[in-house]
Design a protein around this ligand. Structure first.
Ligand code: URA
Length: 216
């Protein structure tokens, strides 16, 4: 079993009983799916870390790679490619030729939660994986949090006061050598309802690119 200081939740991580039961249900229903805690994607040497919420049932929980196989990933990976944080062909499967460039993607919660809603206890428990995921990145300069839950969990993982980094789309907070960029989550719901437009999402990654390129 992975301990709290490990960045890896084992395939049978037992720490959240509700998520274990959900995982078991889907292992029985869809034995060919990944159905396990989804590991981070990208290299630890990257300067950018993107923190999502949790695997989508038919997305990352099915394919085993964050944001792969559902709408949120189509927008995220297209935007990462546009700003030079990914290259290759995104085909929504883990064996496509997509590679991240100077970027890494993780989730605040690694197991798929029922109805896409992790409980506060599950978010806190899974932070034991987020903290070392951040700590093991020696060149980290920017974190993009997708949605309020990822924002709050990253703020706690970084050990800073909530008041030092308020959540809002396009908000930025300097934390030592690191900048925390907040974004609304790129979910289909947010884009369908107009809460997040493609241009709003692009503007976050344009700001990250400018910062990492030393243009601000
Ligand atoms: N897929 C993920 O891996 N994370 C999200 O937050 C949404 C979809």
């Amino acid at each position: 079993m992975a301990g709290p200081s490990s960045t890896k939740a084992g395939r049978d991580c037992p720490r959240c009983p509700r998520l274990v039961a959900f995982r078991q249900t889907w292992r029985e229903r869809e034995p060919a799916w990944f159905n396990a805690p989804v590991p981070s994607f990208g290299h630890v040497e990257a300067r950018l870390l993107i923190v999502g919420l949790a695997p989508g049932l038919r997305g990352a929980n099915r394919t085993g790679r964050p944001f792969t196989g559902d709408y949120a990933g189509d927008l995220l990976y297209a935007t990462l490619k546009e700003y030079g944080f990914a290259r290759g062909q995104f085909e929504a499967r883990p064996d496509d030729s997509l590679e991240l460039v100077d970027a890494r993607i993780t989730n605040a919660v690694r197991c798929v939660p029922p109805e896409n809603k992790p409980t506060p206890l599950e978010i806190n428990t899974c932070r034991d994986f987020l903290v070392p995921t951040i700590a093991e990145m020696p060149n980290l300069r920017a974190i993009v949090v997708l949605g309020r839950i990822a924002h709050e969990s990253a703020v706690k993982a970084l050990g800073i006061k909530r008041s030092a980094a308020a959540f809002g789309h396009g908000a930025k907070a300097a934390i030592g050598p690191l900048t925390l960029f907040s974004s609304y989550h790129c979910s289909r719901y947010n884009t369908n309802t107009g809460v997040l437009t493609t241009d709003m999402f692009r503007s976050v990654f344009a700001a990250v690119r400018a910062q990492l390129d030393g243009r601000v």
